[in-house]
Write a protein that binds this ligand. Structure first.
Ligand SMILES: [Zn+2]
Length: 77
């Protein structure tokens, strides 16, 4: 490591969690399959966490295309 100290990398806001590239659901690291879409393509590079309780009443959910309650990343890189 150089004297510049900490690298300005973007870290996941929730250690131990990863995001589904397909539907942006945030799931624990140990999950093998996405509980929302059944996908297996996950990434640690995600930003912003949104918790959707009532997708039918949430304009955030509509914007993100979410129709199931749960935790989602706002941006998957
Ligand atoms: Zn998914």
């Amino acid at each position: 490591m150089s004297v510049r100290g900490r690298r300005p990398t973007r870290r996941s806001p929730l250690p131990g969690y990863k995001a589904c590239r397909n539907c942006k659901a945030v799931v624990p690291d140990e999950a093998e399959k996405c509980p929302v879409c059944g996908g297996t393509d996950f990434t640690k590079d995600w930003m912003g966490l949104v918790i959707i309780l009532k997708p039918e009443e949430s304009c955030i959910a509509k914007k993100l295309g979410i129709n199931r309650a749960g935790m989602y990343a706002i941006e998957v890189l």
